[in-house]
Ligand binder design. Structure first.
Ligand SMILES: Cc1cc2nc3c(=O)[nH]c(=O)nc-3n(C[C@H](O)[C@H](O)[C@H](O)COP(=O)(O)OP(=O)(O)OC[C@H]3O[C@@H](n4cnc5c(N)ncnc54)[C@H](O)[C@@H]3O)c2cc1C
Length: 391
């Protein structure tokens, strides 16, 4: 089946229906483009993901595209506190911010977009460009044409693999253990210490952080939210990393294991480490977590983001360390800048893409470099040797 636009609007084929794909769809529609999103997964994605620090770029993209949420998008925190191993607050400073969740942002954009632009269960395989037109081929046999192909297909992007074969994310030598605990399920001894704060424990070669995020039903009402935690721990490259990335059924995962899939021995190991290294408040938090999950920390930088009428954005282009709290913001900023560059309809698309790349590539390099420096310092690593290729 071959389809292309049925009207005079330019058409974007967006590969990947996660946050980058949705930011791109909402902002491009606003400037009059027709958009179609092709997502490999046949199911809704909204049950995945944990907490996300709510940054101004996300709000700017929402504002530009007229995306409205049912209520507040995030949970506010006031003080940042650092606990030591004995649960003493060793540092406290007032740094107000808001925290949201991956599924809050996803569902809010999903509801804003018309259902007919979504094409789940469509795995992109390759594209070709003829003049200004681009044709995308999918594993199902589907063929689509458009004026722009947007690779919003994440760290293991198939679009990137075609344009920069062999460029893959590097494992940074540590993982983020993560968990979410319904607000009421955390014993009062811990809840009283953590309430209203953004809390940390920095130990030798590890860092834990915790903050409240909206509930699974997106409620930000007290009692209905979730405690979200992330604990960075070293796992050496090689056998140990490979064993951790193997799930309870023996399946090997590239970089992350979703809730419920970890082996019992790995969860037991997490609990042992928690008892050995963490403040009692954080031990209680981790013990209260029913299904912890784990993500490898990755580094990725592309030498270019524009390849004719195919572009890379979000995590397909740059994967910053999570300490920047900026990946989602970067996805939003990439999408918003793209829409602004392509305005008004009829503008020279190639020129717009070139301008867009010049600004967004620099931002991506800046954020990933800063994240690597920060992450390596937190974990006590020597500076990573990253080879960069200028645009
Ligand atoms: C520990 C940790 C903590 C984090 N904390 C934060 C935080 O505090 N703040 C923040 O901003 N960000 C955070 N992030 C990152 C954030 O989750 C992502 O950066 C953000 O969701 C943008 O991702 P994306 O849409 O570009 O890619 P992804 O979310 O990876 O989505 C890519 C999509 O493309 C689909 N896809 C892949 N291949 C194909 C194909 N061939 N055909 C069709 N579809 C395909 C996938 O199924 C997927 O849905 C964190 C990440 C980690 C690991």
């Amino acid at each position: 089946m071959t389809t292309s636009t049925t009207n005079n609007k330019p058409r974007a084929l967006i590969i990947g229906g996660s946050l980058s794909g949705l930011f791109t769809a909402t902002t491009l529609r606003t400037i009059g483009w027709e958009v179609a999103i092709f997502e490999r997964s046949p199911n809704e994605l909204d049950s995945r993901g944990g907490g996300v620090v709510l940054q101004g770029d996300v709000l700017s993209a929402f504002h530009f595209a007229g995306v409205q949420s049912m209520g507040a998008l995030g949970v506010k925190s006031g003080d940042r506190i650092y606990l030591d191993r004995d649960d003493r607050v060793v540092q406290r400073s007032y740094m107000p911010q808001s925290q949201t969740s991956w599924n809050m942002l996803y569902s809010t954009m999903r509801q804003h977009l018309p259902a007919e632009i979504f094409h789940p269960g469509e795995r992109f395989v390759r594209f070709e460009q003829h003049g200004d037109r681009i044709t995308a081929h999918f594993a199902s046999g589907r063929v689509e044409t458009g004026d722009l192909l947007v690779g919003a297909d994440g760290p293991r992007s198939a679009v990137r693999e075609q344009v920069i074969p062999g460029l893959a994310p590097n494992y940074a030598g540590y993982v983020a253990w993560r968990g979410l605990v319904p607000e009421k399920e955390l014993p009062a001894s811990a809840a009283d210490v953590l309430a209203g704060t953004f809390a940390f424990q920095q130990g030798p070669g590890h860092l834990l952080l915790e903050y409240l995020v909206p509930g699974e039903d997106q409620s930000i009402q007290e009692g209905h939210r979730r405690w979200n935690w992330v604990w960075y721990l070293k796992v050496p490259h090689g056998e140990e990393f490979s064993a951790l990335m193997t799930d309870r059924l023996g399946g090997r995962h590239a970089f992350s294991l979703p809730p419920g899939s970890l082996k019992d021995e790995d969860v037991a190991n997490l609990m042992r480490k928690s008892t050995a290294l963490l403040a009692p408040t954080f031990q209680t938090l981790i013990e209260a977590t029913k299904e912890p999950f784990v993500q490898a920390i990755l580094d990725l930088q592309v030498p270019r983001m524009v390849f004719g009428r195919a572009i890379l954005l979000g995590d397909a282009a740059f994967v910053p360390r999570p300490h920047t709290a900026g990946s989602t913001a970067k996805a939003a900023a990439n999408a918003l800048a793209l829409a602004k560059a392509l305005q008004p309809l009829g503008a020279d698309v190639d020129e717009a893409l070139s301008d867009w790349q010049a600004s967004q590539w620099r931002e991506g390099i800046g954020m990933t470099e800063w994240g690597m420096r920060m992450g390596d310092r937190i974990m006590g690593f020597e500076r990573s040797n990253v080879v960069l290729n200028a645009v």
